[in-house]
Design a protein around this ligand. Structure first.
Ligand SMILES: NC(=O)c1ccc[n+]([C@@H]2O[C@H](COP(=O)([O-])OP(=O)(O)OC[C@H]3O[C@@H](n4cnc5c(N)ncnc54)[C@H](OP(=O)(O)O)[C@@H]3O)[C@@H](O)[C@H]2O)c1
Length: 320
């Protein structure tokens, strides 16, 4: 048997249950991985919050139709315990990172063998489990913004899971980085080579003071009106602004919208192609996965409450 975390209905983190299910059996081309660490991502709580319900939800409910409740956990790392027919190149006992994946808030997860990336030997489980979704989103945003060495880039939300990876990937590229964050996170951003500024009124002036040479591109992980306005004001070409958060106002501005929602570029091929490089960068210590806090599987609701509080710096992970 295996434990899995599931929402029993739509709502806030108190709807999360831990339930016993049959340990999965791999089909052709699939493996079962014993999860050692699963990344917690904002999309996890958004999925069962009801935020994505259709406007006619009340009518659907009245008609007895219900939206399917989501499975949780979109990146993880662990040990291969079973391989299905036709699987080659992967053996029981291999330590792997799994992405993309679903239902990783569990002891065991089923995944296609194509989702496995060898885990770098020295990379701790928590960091491996929280690496891919945030790191590939960051890499995709940097690519979408067309950043080159020597340029100056404004990162909104530089202390978040995606923001910290964005800052580090930009520094790897040889870009100068100005990053917005709450003051408590400024030392961390300085350690990573960025110039931190607080967000809020007056942001444009603070960024101009931090980057008198001008701003060539921006990556928006915050999704606020301010992040959009300040980016449009400071970056000459809107196509060099990449936002990972959709909003009605962002459509039609000419900025790059990336992600899985309508009108956004999922960048599936680019993200898949960058997985090995990202694992290598993390394994060598060239980029760090900053862990905010780890929780056990039965503390998933607490993990989501921390994420929703906005007080976490970096990645929250579940360690089953
Ligand atoms: N499109 C995609 O493919 C994709 C992928 C992953 C995530 N996302 C979305 O991107 C967003 C960020 O994800 P994440 O995993 O990085 O979240 P996270 O780890 O929770 O980080 C969010 C960050 O936003 C910062 N923040 C809060 N209020 C702010 C404000 N008013 N202005 C600027 N920054 C502010 C916080 O920084 P301080 O603590 O310093 O205040 C926090 O570190 C979420 O909405 C998520 O759903 C999209």
């Amino acid at each position: 048997m295996a434990r899995i975390v599931r929402p029993r209905t739509f709502g806030s983190p108190d709807v999360l249950d831990i339930v016993e299910v049959e340990t999965p059996t791999p089909g052709p081309g699939e493996v079962v991985v014993e999860v050692r660490a699963a990344g917690v991502n904002p999309l996890d709580w958004k999925l069962y919050s009801g935020a994505f319900h259709e406007v006619d939800d009340d009518e659907k409910e009245a008609a007895g139709l219900r939206e399917a409740l989501p499975s949780l956990g979109m990146d993880c790392a662990g040990v291969v315990v079973t391989t299905g027919p036709g699987v080659t190149g992967v053996s029981v006992g291999d330590e792997v990172i799994v992405y993309p994946v679903t239902a990783a808030y569990a002891d065991y997860v089923l995944a296609p063998v194509t989702s496995l990336i060898p885990k770098p030997a020295g990379l701790p489980w928590a960091e491996a489990g929280g690496l891919m979704l945030a790191g590939l989103t960051a890499a995709h945003a940097v690519q979408a913004a067309g950043v080159r060495a020597g340029e100056t880039v404004l990162v909104h939300g530089g202390s978040g899971g995606v923001g910290l990876m964005t800052v580090q990937l930009l520094r790897q590229l040889g870009a100068q980085v100005v990053a917005t964050a709450a003051a408590r996170n400024h030392d961390l951003l300085r350690d990573l080579g960025a110039t931190p500024v607080v967000y809020g009124p007056g942001l444009t002036d603070r960024v101009r003071a931090a980057a008198p040479q001008g701003v060539d591109a921006a990556v928006d992980t915050a999704g606020t009106e301010e992040a959009l306005d300040v980016s449009l004001e400071l970056v000459a070409d809107p196509a060099r602004i990449a936002s990972i958060v959709g909003s009605d106002r962002r459509f039609g501005t000419g900025i790059k919208l990336i992600g899985y929602g309508p009108g956004q570029d999922a960048g599936t091929q680019y993200r898949a192609s960058f997985r090995g490089r990202l694992a290598q960068l993390a394994g060598s210590g060239a980029v760090r996965v900053v862990i905010a806090e780890s929780f056990s599987l039965d503390q998933a609701a607490r993990a989501h409450e921390l994420g929703l509080s906005g007080q976490a710096t970096g990645k929250i992970v579940l360690l089953p």
